[in-house]
Design a binder for this molecule. Structure first.
Ligand code: C2E
Ligand code: MG
Ligand code: MG
Length: 432
């Protein structure tokens, strides 16, 4: 799906990161926020009519006009030659956001009417809402972008992000076929993110996180392709690939870091069938790693779906020796009572609480309580989403056992993770 794009000269730099910073600020201030991606159409026609230089000037003018209508807590950033991010805070409901988006659409349509050529620019505006659709700046931008693609497909000039529509969009692109190819062709790759012991500051393991660089579409987020694999029946192949890759790499790393472990994410459907037990058994025996050094991460909600089946499978996996971690803890809607029956070894506090705990007292309380809950149930506890030294220090003070996050290391290709390891490897007597 390659598109040819005319390059229009413009001076704006850093719009994307400015937008991210602004969203981050609003999230920390717990403000409601609408993230709008404004995609301007008919730019090619404009270039053909008045030339690239002048068309560039029109878009520069448009950027200035958009900025002048922004209120105090709003922001407008130019993120590409014909695309703007508009961040609107404090709007009370979707109706108000729609009104604001329509106003932007009208403003764009008017911008060239002033010029001699009566070419009318049009827009598709994709919208993601914070906190409803998430709190992570880059994720919100991505979701707004998906909404704008969805809007273009439906010829809807203003379109809110809908999860189902996003899945549909990707499958329309034939991604399921591409996903099948990707499994064969090596376009799928497993990255590794370090997990460190907060007491010793050493790497004790890693989380295997799948990456898909689709040659035509570009980088596709795991949130999208995992769901696609789930809905198209390919999730077991993908999980097998992740577990095989993780065990293969772990076998190599354990030669110099015998205490190292690896964690692989598994979806709800995976823990409802017994196939995963064979996958774990064969991967660990093929690569000669002990099942004790493999952790399977399951989300809190996954544990609630078909409880009997999932508990049986998790128990069988633990009988093999594998460890079970409850991922994204705090985001589910389940009662805490399930913790007393769940066959788990570890609790992983969701990154949204960890990232916000230095500014939001509610997030901090959730983190603190999660650590205490984990301890009282005899589970080890991991905080994910550690983005700065302050968070790391605070988690250490609160008695959190392990940490993961961009401040320690981003998810990196296996070879880069190996380089990290040479600096900070675990001792064999430091269990993960
Ligand atoms: P997760 O298991 O909760 O993984 C953690 C996510 O947080 C990863 O996103 C990681 O890149 C991100 N992250 C880590 N540290 C930070 C930080 O300091 N700040 C921020 N903002 N983010 C951080 P990623 O890799 O995009 O994965 C998203 C989700 O996709 C994962 O959430 C997991 O549920 C799923 N996923 C990824 N790989 C696989 C896989 O191989 N199989 C399955 N079933 N799911 C996978
Ligand atoms: Mg995980
Ligand atoms: Mg998580």
């Amino acid at each position: 799906m390659s598109t040819t794009s005319i390059q229009i000269p413009y001076l704006q730099h850093g719009g994307l990161s400015n937008a991210g910073r602004h969203i981050g600020k609003a999230v920390r201030a717990s403000q409601d926020l609408a993230v709008l991606i404004v995609h301007v159409h008919e730019v090619e026609r404009l270039c053909a009519a008045i030339g690239h230089e002048q068309a560039g000037q029109v878009l520069d003018d448009l950027y200035i006009r958009l900025r002048t209508i922004a209120r105090d807590n709003d922001a407008v950033e130019r993120i590409s030659d014909r695309k703007f991010a508009v961040l609107l805070s404090g709007l009370r409901n979707r109706g108000h956001v729609t009104l604001a988006a329509n106003k932007i659409g009208r403003l764009v349509a008017e911008v060239v009417e002033d010029s001699a050529e009566k070419i009318k620019l049009s827009t598709t505006i994709g919208i993601a809402l914070c906190p409803q659709n998430g709190k992570d700046p880059s994720e919100l931008m991505r979701l707004a972008e998906i909404a704008s693609l969805d809007g273009s497909r439906k010829h809807d000039p203003v379109c809110f992000f809908e999860k189902q529509a996003a899945t549909q969009l990707f499958s329309d692109w034939g991604l399921e076929l591409r996903l099948e190819d990707a499994l064969q062709s090596g376009d799928l790759e497993v990255f590794f993110q370090a997990k460190t012991c907060l007491k010793t500051n050493r790497i004790v393991g890693s989380e295997a996180l799948m990456r898909w660089h689709e040659p035509e579409v570009g980088q596709i987020s795991p949130d999208v392709f995992i769901e696609l694999a789930e809905s198209t029946g390919r999730i077991i192949d993908l999980t097998q690939f992740a577990i095989q890759s993780a065990c293969r790499r772990l076998a190599g790393w354990q030669k110099s870091s015998p205490g190292l472990s690896v964690a692989v994410n598994v979806t709800p459907s995976i823990i409802q069938t017994r196939e995963i037990i064979d996958v774990v058994q064969s991967a660990t025996s093929i690569w000669g790693v002990s099942p004790e050094s493999l952790t399977l991460e399951v989300t809190e909600n996954a544990l609630m779906e078909d409880r009997e089946a999932s508990h049986n499978v998790l128990t069988a996996l633990r009988d093999l020796g594998a460890r079970i971690s409850i991922d994204d803890f705090g985001t589910g809607y389940s009662s805490l009572a399930y913790l007393k029956e769940i066959p788990a070894d570890e609790l992983k506090i969701d990154r949204s609480f960890v990232m916000g705990m230095d500014r939001d007292s509610g997030d901090r309380k959730i983190v603190e309580h999660s650590i205490n809950i984990a301890k009282s149930f005899g589970l080890s506890v991991v905080a994910e989403g550690i983005e700065n030294q302050g968070l790391l220090d605070e988690l250490r003070r609160l008695g959190c056992d392990y940490g993961q996050g961009y401040f320690i290391s981003r998810p990196v290709p296996a070879d880069d993770f190996e380089k990290l390891l040479t600096g900070k490897a675990a001792n064999p007597d430091e269990p993960a």
